[in-house]
Design a binder for this molecule. Structure first.
Ligand SMILES: [Zn+2]
Length: 430
């Protein structure tokens, strides 16, 4: 059974290239990034899947008047398991978990055109090449979206086609989700689906093939809590020579930024080896302009911080400490400070010993011969939406991480190898 499936995948390079080429021709760029959305790409994929025998298709369109067709389409392909669902002892039947593989349809714009060696929307196949570090690249495809996220998308389709072709039903029902809007926050993608549809069961498992490393040895199961904070400091404007008559909002804001950086780092100082870096980070980032001239003491100051906090610390604990530090700075500089959180995401982790992670590690070992390790990342990804609903989600694929870069590429060996890993997961009845 496994031999048949691997043989099908090993000989499906032409299918992979065809699908990558057609998908890349249809740039699915979000309206927020100047595009028209995912409709053309989604409709093409629907037709292609149907023509190749994958018929259990459903669309969940999030309304978005800015996009072509007024919608941001989310497509689901269901491949039912053995049995009709009435026998609960058959894996995948009612009460059993389903395996989801979630990829995204949208891509980011190509960026600076002169940095591309070929047209971003025309897939180019190369037999060999080299990475920036000098190591050699095997056969690969170049184009916008070929890796992010069409590598994972195509792998998941090949895995299903291999089963369909061999006449094998998966051990548990498989759901391929092709989601909209991943690149700009998922408000019309997974976040919309979680709020407006009842798709996921608590005992489901979700593989997100949209992040990883060149060896395929890291499985992302957790992320830091994310908080972006905007600080507005109000003082009193004065002539540069008369600070005694004013209250320097910039000086106070700078003092605040320094105290927050060091104070929060000291207070929330735990280390967790799952993450890189393995500690919470509190970084002052964006700074808004204040006065245009040098000889005026500014009466207002605005800066932002990007905070990535280990999941053991709730964001509320951090804002309590911010309040304490803010009061010190207000008293010292005779200013008023207010703040807002334009973005905050708390995230639970998928346990490293969960069935999903164990099965995935086993399948990766079988296909690639590597031992995996769980990792956490910086925060604010699609995984959080699922994990916070207690649905196990793991981000994994074998990629060089060329996403969003000019001359983005994907290795054909990775498309096919990852398809094998996914097929093994689909067959795993454990
Ligand atoms: Zn992506």
């Amino acid at each position: 059974m496994k031999d048949n499936i691997f043989k099908f995948i090993d000989t499906s390079e032409a299918l992979a290239v065809e699908l990558e080429t057609e998908l890349t021709k249809r740039p699915a760029i979000a309206p927020d990034s100047g595009g028209t959305g995912e409709l053309d790409k989604c409709e093409f994929l629907e037709g292609w899947l149907k023509a190749h025998g994958i018929t259990g298709l459903e669309r969940h369109d999030a309304p978005d008047p800015r996009a072509k067709g007024g919608v941001r389409p989310n497509l689901i392909a269901t491949i039912p398991c053995q049995g009709d669902g009435s026998d609960a002892t058959i894996p995948g039947a009612a009460g059993h978990s389903r395996l989801w593989i979630m990829s995204h349809l949208d891509v980011v714009p190509p960026g600076e055109a002169s940095l591309w060696n070929s047209d971003p929307y025309t897939v180019v196949r190369k037999d060999s090449g080299s990475r920036p570090d000098g190591s050699t690249l095997g056969p690969h495809l170049i184009g916008r979206g070929v890796e992010d996220n069409q590598q994972g998308l195509v792998s998941s389709v090949l895995a299903v086609l291999a089963l369909v072709n061999a006449g094998i039903k998966p051990a548990r029902t498989v759901k391929l989700l092709f989601a909209a809007d991943e690149e700009v926050g998922s408000a019309y993608g997974i976040v919309w689906l979680m709020e407006n549809r009842d798709l996921f069961h608590k005992d489901d498992m979700v593989l997100i093939p949209d992040g990883g490393d060149s060896n395929g040895e890291t499985i992302e199961i957790a992320e830091k809590n994310l908080a972006w904070v905007k600080f507005t400091t109000t003082g009193l404007q004065a002539h540069g020579s008369r600070p005694d008559q004013g209250a320097n909002a910039h000086l106070a804001g700078a003092d605040l930024a320094v105290r927050l950086h060091y104070g929060l780092s000291a207070k929330f100082s735990a280390h967790d080896p799952l993450f890189e870096p393995d500690y919470s980070t509190f970084q002052p980032t964006k700074k808004e302009a204040n006065v245009p001239n040098i000889n005026t003491i500014p009466g207002e100051d605005v800066f932002y911080m990007d905070m990535r906090i280990l999941p053991q610390y709730p964001i509320k604990a951090v804002t309590a400490e911010i309040d304490r530090i803010k009061a010190e700075v207000e008293a010292r500089h005779r200013v008023k400070i207010s703040y807002t959180l334009p973005q905050q995401v708390e995230s639970r982790a998928t346990p490293a010993d969960s069935a999903l992670v164990k099965r995935l590690s086993g399948a990766i070992r079988d296909v690639y011969g590597v031992e995996t390790r769980p990792i956490g990342i910086g925060g604010g990804t699609v995984g959080a939406a699922l994990r916070n609903a207690d649905i196990p989600a793991a981000v994994w694929c074998r990629i060089d991480e060329t996403a969003h870069q000019p001359n983005e590429y994907t290795l054909i060996a990775n498309i096919l190898g990852d398809a094998k890993v996914m097929a093994l997961l689909m067959l795993d009845a454990g």
